[in-house]
Design a binder for this molecule. Structure first.
Ligand code: SF4
Length: 921
């Protein structure tokens, strides 16, 4: 404990930092240069080393005293906001509100956590000895302090304490559940259930439940699902409104109901709302299951191999693995993107190294198969009354069935029992975007290298468990000469694909057909696109130059030479299963099945799609439903990928065919489904954006307005006197607006560059006024953590781009001002232009109104909220302003006037007359 007293706590505070010395109970402001030197020295107490390093413009030292690490060790699996304020709140300590208070809070937090460990029963403390010993040998700064409580452990295995999987209980298989039934849910029953859930039911919420109930009715004709499109303004209470009929349907008809969201944030909220249905946590865990794509879950085999490779090496990687081991032991569901996972560890090691991202799972051959988190989640979901998933997973699963693939993401039994016959798509306005990504194809360097690795294993110096086909299959086909020949042919042929390190060779020494194609595509894009080099570049494919045409033809032939032996190998594996069905061990059968599925997916789906793209390119005839283009992807101003892209012009066509048509019913709901600004038919856009218009039976529609009094709760300003293209003026506008609201402000940008420039200019003046600024693309935090930090403080400011426009839920005073730098028009990309040509000239307006509507939707989340919305572009067309609720007053004015009004409106308790509305609906 003494050593803690001598530590200096450090908290960034622009332009420098605040330090606090416990020894004499003093804090002082220091310059950036001194803060950096102190931080880099490592003998310093901080909250979130990577964040602090970013703020100080330096790298985090290998080891230092980070209270986040200590919290994740002492309270594994407990969600927390990654800051001194967040930890103090989680521990029930007094809350710090200034950098000085935060610095003083850090040693208090550390002491509280160390004291907690000291108070644990002896058996628990002693059991942690091996892990703390491993961490001490790896140089973890907290280890010597923890050892005072857990004691000295005998020096055992080099990964002592990391083998957390040993404490996991195996999952058990259960009998198949069978097809869901078709019993009717009556609206009156749904209302009664809703009444039970909410106590006092408002009429709109009851009417919403009635409308939602339609989607749970029995299907009357194959291929014609009952689809309800239901728009409900913020505050209607739609989640419980649909959970009422949904839970009744599940009770009567058995498992098979999937509720899908677009954002993680809503998924989390949904899980909380489900607690109303099943208050008992044990029953709830059985009835409602969250399912995500397998790349979200910890792969125990990869974790074990990473632990063996890393153990004893001093550094953050060992710390990360040890803290993951603690998390594994906390009864987690293995979801690395879930609320209880210490997400800050992503700065210590790429989390993809401990997930099953590349289809490398060996299923039943894995020693951890019976305790595998992914297998457990799949089995739980099969029997759950309600599965909470996301649009991407639902689309991936449904599209694999539609394309006739044997399987994509899950085990065979998942397909056999994947009875996804009823859906609720919340955030239904995102179905178009989810389908756009889900049904797209990309023949890029990254994708080719990934396939090559899957077939040939890592080449060069890459160290990975992934071994390639030969290593994975050799014992299965040891006695099968034709299968060995097919495998060798595929391995040989895969040399046509771009390989490890292709980006470095692209300009000077491309190898093989894949890299020659990429080099020619790169030259094509550079020649045909504008010189703007910060963002991704794209070019239409036609006309093709001679070099590119030749490369396209050679690569198409090369890809066919890979697909053929892969398909043959899959057939031979299946034949083996048939021939030896009588005496094949179940584990061997499962491995053969998994291998055949993986081969088929590549031979019958991925490679044919690529070959078709190349062939249509060579003939110059792209099918009408697609748009193709070449693209150089740039990240942070550097080339990161290049390739040929293919998207559906209308991705709701495959969405309707693959997801909606095979279902029996689907509720598609959102606060922003209709467009009230374009044609007289406000529903036309909803039909277009959800795919409902492609179905045999028309969707039933309903609309419920928000119960909020927007005329009292909101003000909208269109500022007309800001000079265009003047970064200093833009930053000054943000600064003054944020000061006027006293923080609680979200700044949205249409371009990353403008965001960064503004953040750099306003951080210091805001800090001088006591306001903390967080910025996406600058702070080394993921979007979820940024929003958590922002939400935790009442007067913080947050700058962001697209991801923050939607899915951010910050009720109350923490968000009272939203500022857009300009009208968020869609970028006129090749894809967008093709869609504009297909959907008509109002398409730009439609997209823009939706963006404004979604951004405005962040502002007023409850009946007590008050907030202002500002667009810093006087040229905002009035036809776009119908995006806002009819009663919300809109005012066009100068910046000074807007600032005065905002200050007045947000002043607590003030009763300010509303400005005269210029536009009302
Ligand atoms: S079964 Fe697959 S995903 Fe699960 S731990 Fe083993 S290799 Fe990883």
């Amino acid at each position: 404990m003494d050593s803690l007293s001598n530590l200096i706590a450090l908290v960034p505070a622009p332009p420098g930092a605040v330090i606090y010395r416990r020894a004499n109970d003093e804090s002082e402001r220091i310059e950036l240069r001194d803060a950096r030197a102190l931080f880099e020295g490592g003998d310093v107490l901080v909250a979130h080393a990577a964040f602090v390093a970013g703020r100080l413009g330096t790298r985090a030292p290998v080891m230092l005293f980070d209270v986040l690490e200590l919290f994740a060790f002492v309270r594994p699996g407990i969600p927390f906001v990654p800051s001194a304020l967040g930890l103090a709140r989680a521990l029930g300590l007094s809350l710090p509100h200034t950098p000085e208070e935060s610095a003083a809070a850090l040693p208090v937090i550390a002491r509280a956590l160390l004291a907690e460990v000291a108070g644990w029963p002896e058996a628990v403390r002693v059991s942690l000895g091996p892990l703390v010993g491993t961490l001490e040998r790896a140089g973890w700064r907290w280890a010597p302090l923890l050892k005072e409580s857990v004691g000295e452990a005998p020096h055992g295995s080099p990964i002592a304490g990391l083998e957390a999987w040993r404490g996991l209980t195996p999952w058990e298989d259960e009998a198949p559940v069978g097809q869901p039934g078709s019993q009717i849910v009556e609206p009156a029953e749904a209302r009664a259930r809703l009444q039970q859930l909410v106590g006092v039911m408002r009429p709109e919420q009851g009417a919403y439940a009635d409308a939602a109930t339609y989607a749970f009715g029995p299907r009357e004709q194959a291929g014609a699902p009952k689809v309800a499109l239901v728009e409900a303004g913020t505050g209607t209470g739609k989640t419980l409104g649909y959970l009422a009929p949904a839970s009744l349907w599940a009770e009567k008809n058995g498992p098979g109901l999937w509720i899908s969201t677009y954002t993680r944030n809503l998924q989390r909220q949904l899980v909380q709302e489900i607690a109303h249905l099943w208050p008992d946590p044990i029953e709830r865990a059985e009835k409602a299951v969250v399912r995500k794509g397998r790349e979200n879950y910890l792969c125990l085999l990869n974790f074990e191999e990473a632990a063996k490779r890393t153990a004893l090496a001093p550094g953050q990687r060992t710390v990360a693995l040890a803290l993951i081991a603690r998390w594994i032991s906390s009864h987690t569901d293995g979801d690395l993107s879930g609320v209880g996972f210490p997400a800050f560890l992503a700065a210590y090691m790429p989390l993809s190294t401990v997930t099953d991202r590349r289809g490398e799972c060996i299923y039943a051959a894995c020693p951890h198969y019976r305790i595998c988190f992914i297998e457990r989640a799949i089995r739980r979901a099969r029997h759950a009354s309600i599965v909470v998933a996301n649009h991407a997973l639902v689309i991936a699963q449904a599209s694999s069935d539609w394309l006739g693939e044997d399987e994509t993401t899950d085990t065979p039994t998942e397909k056999e029992e994947g009875r996804r016959l009823r859906y609720v798509f919340d955030e239904g306005h995102h179905l178009f975007d989810a389908a756009d990504s889900g049904f797209a194809a990309s023949l890029s360097g990254r994708e080719m290298a990934e396939l090559r690795r899957w077939i040939r294993g890592p080449e060069g110096r890459a160290r990975s468990r992934m071994r390639g086909l030969e290593e994975r299959l050799k014992d299965l086909i040891a006695d099968d000469e034709p299968a060995q020949e097919a495998m060798e042919e595929a391995v040989q042929a895969a040399s046509a694909l771009a390989g490890e390190g292709w980006t470095q060779r692209l300009g000077t020494n491309p190898r093989g057909p894949g890299e020659l194609f990429l080099a020619a595509a790169y030259a094509h894009v550079r020649a045909r696109s504008q010189d703007e080099a910060f963002y991704s570049l794209e070019a239409e494919p036609q006309p093709l130059g001679q070099d590119l045409l030749a490369a396209v033809e050679v690569l198409a032939r090369g890809l066919k030479r890979i697909a053929e032996p892969l398909a043959r190998l899959a057939r031979l594996l299946r034949k083996k299963m048939d021939d030896k069905s009588a005496n094949l061990e179940p584990y061997t059968r499962a491995r053969l099945e998994a291998a055949a599925r993986g081969l088929d997916r590549r031979a019958k789906a991925i490679l044919p799609a690529w070959i078709q793209m190349l062939e249509t390119l060579a003939h110059g005839e792209v099918p009408d439903e697609f748009v193709d283009w070449f693209e150089i992807v740039r990240e942070d101003g550097r080339d990161s990928d290049v390739g040929l892209e293919r998207h559906w012009i209308d991705p709701t066509q495959p969405l309707a065919a693959a997801v909606l048509a095979p279902a029996h019913g689907a509720l598609i709901t959102s606060a922003t489904l209709r467009d009230t600004g374009g044609s007289d038919d406000h529903w036309a856009s909803a039909e277009v954006r959800t795919g409902a218009g492609h179905l045999a039976q028309p969707a039933r529609r309903a609309h419920f307005g928000s119960p909020f009094a927007y005329e009292d709760q909101a003000r909208i300003f269109v500022v007309g006197d800001l000079p265009r293209r003047d970064p200093a003026a833009l930053a000054a506008a943000y600064r003054e607006l944020f000061l006027a609201s006293g923080g609680g402000a979200l700044g949205l940008f249409t371009a990353v560059r403008a965001l960064k420039e503004t953040a750099t200019r306003i951080a210091e003046p805001l800090a001088a006024a006591g306001l903390t600024l967080y910025a996406q693309h600058l702070d080394r935090l993921d979007t979820g953590a940024l929003v958590d930090l922002f939400r935790a403080e009442e007067n913080a400011c947050l700058l962001g781009t697209d991801a923050l426009r939607d899915g951010v839920d910050v009720p109350g005073r923490s968000l009272r001002l939203v500022v857009f730098d300009k009208v968020p028009w869609p970028k006129p990309t090749i894809l967008h232009k093709a869609r504009r040509a297909r959907f008509g000239k109002g398409y730009d307006d439609l997209i823009t109104r939706f963006r404004l509507k979604q951004a405005f939707g962040r502002l007023i989340r409850g009946p007590e909220d008050r907030g202002c919305f500002v667009i810093l572009e006087g040229a905002t067309p009035s036809r776009l302003l119908t995006a806002f609720p009819e009663k919300a007053p809109v005012k066009r004015c100068g910046l000074t006037e807007a600032i005065g009004d905002i200050r007045e409106f947000l002043r607590e308790g003030s009763v300010t007359p509303a400005p005269t509305p210029l536009i009302t609906g």
